[in-house]
Structure formats: structure tokens, C-alpha cells
Design a protein around this ligand. Structure first.
Ligand code: FES
Ligand SMILES: [Fe+2]
Length: 408
């Protein structure tokens, strides 16, 4: 196929430490290839178990062409199914969340139970066997209450990530969180531009005055080390351990889910990501005091968490089409925290709501410039190191994808 040969050439031409060529943000062929190989075949954060406490509770999670129903079954288990009817393929669940005793396809009324079995189909001939038409299952892994799904046949192993992150998960009590608020931000840009923007803080000072007042990521190394030392000195007495796992290169651990964990100091006087820097919700997990830091978790290419000492913000960047994506944000607090008493929803959302709207604007402007005939790949700064790693991983994954496409 000519397009595969062309993509292969293009992949080889990319210069390490420089932004990608235009076609990576404009070509339908590249978009199609990366959907299966880079995005939907990987693990994606789709929600928290606390969102599904009762039998029949379900959430629907959609990424590009794929959609999954995650449901609590009669046996109190969580299962994930493709939201695709086995009759003629209609979407079955049109709502984003709810509670059902059964799933009834809106097109011709085939009915599935909570385990995905087909239980009723009108006017089918005698040889029709309902057992052969259950919903397709979708891979799911639950890590400390975090639900990850993958639409691929062979998703990478989560074992190494789960084992390595056991300690940080416990520290923040991820199992005992609840979703206090959730919001989806549509972004008219290729999904990679949104992820790249999330991964670098070169833009933070000019784009995010509120964020830049509290987060120290845009400081130069020397100044950052100073505030970092201050936090490290307080960490232990606040119930936090000094752990760091840089984003693990997928190439180095083929078949394993890439992930990362690190904790970074906030500016002095900031306890958490709130308007006045003061605590905003009850301490999470094993935490007993504010050490003045916030932790970053990353899983694969599109799922991230920022864990403050009293709340967690989850970010998922999901493609919708080639130049349209969404940023889905989850604000999580301790399960027993009471809204209006222990936390104020609007205050909880304040920082990342304004920050994400600002990000949306700069990402859309970025896409507009990238679409121009004058766009040229440009060099990354030292502050775009994580983005550079992501691009390296992306190119390596795409090279493998092209190889298997040409072999097939
Ligand atoms: S497509 Fe679902 S019942 Fe026909
Ligand atoms: Fe930003």
C-alpha cells in the first residue's frame, strides 16, 4: 500500500527533539493507524468504581469510533462490553450513565442482560441461537478503584505498573475516592496536540497565571531543587513517602504499560491546588498533613492524574476525529467527604476549569498554525523533555504498527 510506505518514510524522517511534521496532525491515514495501535489498543482511564455502587449502574465511555458500556452485574462484578448491538450494529446505550435492569437496543429491541447475554430477539427463525449473540466484551483492569479499559485484542500488561504503583496508590487511598465532579471539554485539535500540551509546562507561565502562582514546574532546575528540598523535608511527617518513577519507556519494556509517578513541590504557602492555596477537602488516604507538594501519575498516552494531598484531578484526552478531541476531567475526593460541608464543588473545580479553558484556546491556535502551509517542525526547549519522550514513544510505536501493517 502506498500510504503505508509513505508513512514509513515520514516516520523515518522525523528528527529527534523536534516537533512532528504537519501530516501527523492532518493525515487521515496516520489518524486511522494510530487509533488502533496507539490509542484504543492501550489502556484508557474510564472512571472510578465508586460511580457504580449498585447492581445495574452503568457508565458509557467513548473514544473515537469505539464505545464501551461498563456495568455492575447481578453478581456485583464490574464488566465492560462493546456498545454495539449484535443484530445490525446499533449503539445500544445512548445515555452516558444510569441504572438498568437490562439493555434494550433502541433499533429493533433486542434485549441483553447485565452480563451481556442476549435474552430476547423477536421474530427470528428457529435455527437462531441467542447464546451465539452476546455482547462482545471489552478488556478491563481495575487498579485501586480506577477503571481502565482497552479496545485492543492484546492490550499491554498492567502488571508492572500495578506492582510499582501499589505504594503511591495506597498513600492517596485511590480505592476510597469518589468522583465529586466531572466535566468534558471539547477541543478542536488533533488529540496529540492536547497530550503534548499537557506534558510540557513551557507554556504555563504565559498561559496560566493562576496555575503558575502555585505550581513550580516552570522554574529552572536550580530554583526548583530549592523548593523541592523544602517539600522533601516535610514529606515524611505528612504521611508521604519519597518515591519517583519516571515515565517508563514502552520500547524498553515491550508489551508492558508505560507509566510514571513523581511528586513536585508547590510554591511556598500553597497546600493544594485551590484559589487561596489553602486546603480544600479532607486529607486523602494515609496523608496527615500538607507537605506542599502534588504528585503526577501517568498511564500510557492519554490518562493522567494530579494528586494533591486532599483531592485528585484525573485527565483523559480522547480523540473524537482527526482534528477534534476531548479532555475529560474528574475531580476526586475522599469517599466520605460531604459536599457543602467538607468541600465546595465550585472551589474544587476552579483551578483546572480555568486552566483547561486556557489550554483549549492555545491548543486550538496551535492546530490552526500547524494546518498552515508555513508550518515547519520546530525544536523543543529543555522544558519540553516529557513531551519529547512522548513523541519518541509515539514514533517507535507507530514504526512497529507500520511494520505489522506491511507484514499483514
Ligand atoms: S440493531 Fe440492535 S436490535 Fe437491531
Ligand atoms: Fe496548560
Amino acid at each position: 500500500m502506498t500510504s503505508t510506505a509513505h508513512i514509513k518514510n515520514l516516520l523515518e524522517q522525523q528528527q529527534e527533539g523536534w516537533s512532528l511534521d504537519q501530516e501527523f496532525y492532518t493525515s487521515q491515514d496516520i489518524y486511522r493507524l494510530e487509533m488502533d495501535q496507539v490509542v484504543t489498543g492501550n489502556w484508557i482511564f474510564a472512571g472510578h468504581t465508586s460511580q457504580l455502587p449498585e447492581q445495574g449502574d452503568y457508565i458509557v465511555f467513548t473514544v473515537a469510533k469505539e464505545s464501551a458500556i461498563i456495568v455492575r452485574t447481578q453478581n456485583n462484578e464490574l464488566k465492560a462490553f462493546a456498545n454495539v448491538c449484535r443484530h445490525r450494529g446499533s449503539r445500544i446505550c445512548l445515555d452516558k450513565a444510569g441504572n438498568n435492569k437490562k439493555f434494550s437496543c433502541p433499533y429493533h429491541g433486542w434485549i441483553y442482560d447485565l452480563d451481556g447475554n442476549l435474552t430476547a430477539a423477536r421474530a427470528m427463525n428457529e435455527s437462531f441461537n441467542k447464546d451465539d449473540f452476546g455482547l462482545h466484551s471489552v478488556a478491563m483492569e481495575i487498579l485501586h478503584g480506577l477503571i481502565f479499559i482497552s479496545f485492543g485484542d492484546n492490550p499491554p500488561s498492567m502488571k508492572h505498573a500495578a506492582e510499582t504503583l501499589e505504594e503511591p496508590f495506597k498513600m492517596f487511598g485511590f480505592k476510597n475516592l469518589k468522583v465529586a465532579a466531572q466535566k468534558t471539554y471539547p477541543i478542536a485539535a488533533n488529540w496529540k496536540l492536547a497530550v503534548e500540551n499537557y506534558m510540557e509546562c513551557y507554556h504555563c507561565a504565559p498561559a496560566h497565571p493562576e496555575y503558575a502562582k502555585m505550581h513550580t514546574l516552570m522554574l529552572d532546575r536550580k530554583r526548583r531543587d530549592r523548593v523541592q528540598d523544602h517539600m522533601l523535608g516535610k514529606m515524611e511527617s505528612c504521611g508521604l513517602k519519597d518515591i519517583c518513577h519516571e515515565f517508563e519507556d514502552l520500547e524498553a519494556k515491550a508489551g508492558s504499560q508505560g507509566f510514571g509517578y513523581s511528586r513536585t513541590a508547590l510554591f511556598e504557602g500553597y497546600e493544594t491546588g485551590s484559589r487561596d492555596g489553602k486546603g480544600i477537602a479532607p486529607f486523602l488516604g494515609e496523608i496527615t498533613g500538607y507537605d506542599g507538594g502534588a504528585s503526577d501519575f501517568s498511564f500510557g498516552p492519554v490518562s493522567f492524574f494530579l494528586a494533591y494531598s486532599d483531592h485528585v484531578v484525573g485527565y483523559v484526552f480522547t480523540p473524537v476525529s482527526q482534528q477534534q478531541c476531548e479532555c475529560k476531567i474528574y475531580w476526586l475526593v475522599r469517599k466520605d467527604a460531604v459536599e457543602g460541608k467538607d468541600y465546595d464543588k465550585a472551589e474544587l473545580m476552579w483551578l483546572w476549569d480555568i486552566t483547561t479553558y486556557a489550554d483549549e484556546r492555545i491548543i486550538v491556535d496551535n492546530q490552526a498554525g500547524v494546518n498552515s502551509r508555513h508550518y515547519q517542525s520546530g525544536p523543543f526547549s529543555e522544558m519540553e523533555r516529557t513531551e519529547k519522550n512522548f513523541i519518541n514513544w509515539y514514533l517507535a510505536t507507530m514504526k512497529n504498527a507500520v511494520q505489522s501493517a506491511s507484514a499483514g
